[in-house]
Design a protein. Sequence first.
Length: 453
Amino acid sequence: MKNDLKLLFSGALAAGLLLQYGPAFSAQDDFGLNGITAASFSGAPAPAAPRAAAVLPASSRAPKDWTVMVFMNGKNNVQKYAELNLKEMEQVGSTARMNVVVEIGRLHQGSQRLLVEKASGNTVNDVLLSNDPNADMGDYRDAVDFIKFAKANYPAKHYMFILWNHGLGWLDPIMKGGSEKGISFDDDTHDYIRTPQMGEIFREAGPVDVYAANACLMQMAETAYEVKDYVKVIIGSEETMLAVGFDYQDLLGYIDSNPDVSPRDIGARIVGDWKNFMNAYPQIARVPGTMSALDPAAVGELPSRLDAFAGAVMASNDRAAVDYAIANVIRFTSIAGDTDTAKALSTYGDLYDFVRLICEKTQDQAVKAAGRGLMDFITGRLVLSYTGVHVDAQGQDYSRTRGISINLTMKRKLKPGQFDSILETKYGDLALARASRWGQFVDWTDQVWAASR
């Protein structure tokens, strides 16, 4: 068991740089992705010096249609990809209809806030708005301040906020020195944004129309529930993401060309771009991936839907169906990374697939009815658009995914309390756990699974 715990928090996903599907990639070939996306992906550019300019008072600016705010924490091993994504943004830049405001962090250099402008060939025209050599981009208050700053100085009818960095779903580990856990991990300060702080960002900074996580494993019921009251669409991936991130040139060009675009349409565009990218290149044909957009209003209804299903399953005591689902559900990359190809330590699974498997195995009609209700809710209301592509190392076909993951029983068991001992945020502290019985249900499925082993 001690070795299991060591495995659990070692390696850290090589944190969002694609980690688990190693045979197709190597450190020498940059995961086989060099040259895949336009000229901007021919290698990491050295950061160019933006031109300095005083921030004009907001009263001197008429609101544009959109302000896109990107909190781009490159203060760790993804810095080169931050530079690449910034270069993509500079192919469009701010326009008459759209502001593009970025806070980019670089290791040992703090952070800069930039108004991104369209590049002139190789000449960078970004405007330096502020420079903070001591920035802690793992502190949620930095994100709050950034959003407030962008809204105050670059007002718009609509706002999009992108949180860019590593991600680890709802898990908030106790930090001891450096690691690549949480979301927005700052390698200078060893700080990161905790799951309950995700909602706090928007409570303090105000709502936005679109929230997107350019980070691994963040499209979970638990993380979505934290932000549901402050956004109109939630975009992210159930699985690890390739370090190249979103297609920022296409995204910004799309928004600029369609200033009346809805938040849902932006979600569908990002999902479609991700699907096209994942299917376009043989170098990544062995890499499974997902992307989806969620309706926050439906996320608010999720606790009652989960409770109806969980209650029916526990009342039926159909242990065989539970065992079957735990063993066969599509799981996402374990926090042990490529050392756990069987995903035995993965706590995240596709919610729809888990429900489907239980319904497939059980003969209990109440369970089937509750399961059908939950699955119809996921596909008809909760998930607005999604894609799941390719097959993982276990032969699981990601086309079975439906765009939202949830905490589940691990296939490999630790000692009682051992998992909680390494977490700063306990599952019961999450808003979804407080609003539903899902935590109790997983405790029960833990016992069912342990008894059958």
